[in-house]
Design a protein around this ligand. Sequence first.
Ligand SMILES: [Zn+2]
Ligand SMILES: [Zn+2]
Ligand SMILES: [Zn+2]
Length: 343
Amino acid sequence: MPEFRKDLITGEWVIIATERAKRPDKFKKGTSYKKIKTCPESCPFCAGNESMTPKEVFAINSIKERKPDTSGWQVRVVPNKFPALISNLPLDTSKIGIYDKMSGFGVHEVIIISPKHICNIAELGLKELEVMINSYVNRMLSLREDEKIKSIIIMHNQGKEAGASLDHIHSQLFGLPMIPPVLGKELSGTLAYFNSKNSCAICDILKFEKEEDKRVVFENKDFLVFEPFASGSPYETWIVPKRHAHNFEEMTNEQTKSFAYCLKVMLDFFYKNLDNPPFNYYIHTSPTLMDTSKYFHWHLELIPKLTIKAGFEMGTGVNINITKPEYTAEFIKENLKELKIKV
Ligand SMILES: [Zn+2]
Ligand SMILES: [Zn+2]
Ligand SMILES: [Zn+2]
């Protein structure tokens, strides 16, 4: 029987449509992926082609005394050449009759996470993912200083269908002059929960998920990885720190390692067991100028693109998920036993 499930944080409903259910292993719809060994001369993100991008704003170097915008880096961060938002604009708001508008101020950076022409993030080893996460932390900490930026979001698009415009793996950072609606809903939902129960909604979710043990797929000492109760799509997966923390960018080095490991586990699972599907992940961390320390709990959401949103989803805002998160959790767990993580 289909059922409605309510998201504890946002209050949004989803339909778990078991009548239309697919077995979790029937989602292998990714494209078989060929490793590209040679670097195309035209790739602006490959080492050696630094002059093809705007000037870098940050890098983690692999050689000492490296000059900016030359090779010898592990991660390189540059402003987006075709930015959705522009950082050197004044922050102006105005009205056109009944409408509000605001200048397109914001930061839009590209985080190039490998100097080699790698096109799938699952090919990165654990150490390389740690370096990538360190670069995320570093950029967030430095952009927090800008008072015009209210929230920072880091995301990764894997595959063309997930929105990656260039093959060479890269993440993106947006510094926004407002709080975007998805994060806004999480903030108001977790604040309302805190006001009524005097506890953090996500801490309570972690506690219940561990007790019930139906949707947890993996855990280590610092993080829990699970399929949310009201998952909006198949294989939606959250990676959440076990200890309450509202800021991603205040993670310790030890936690960075544990976090990288959880991410690697899931990336390998998607790559090997779902045949390399396109996916997005994004990190929800507290807005910079708000004190959310009591009620907000940072997390990463990882969402493979295995189904297409149709008119019903778009017209109602209610997602239909054609598989139960409990089944996908079980399928992931079975397969994780066989996965060997490359360190
Ligand atoms: Zn490249
Ligand atoms: Zn919490
Ligand atoms: Zn979130």
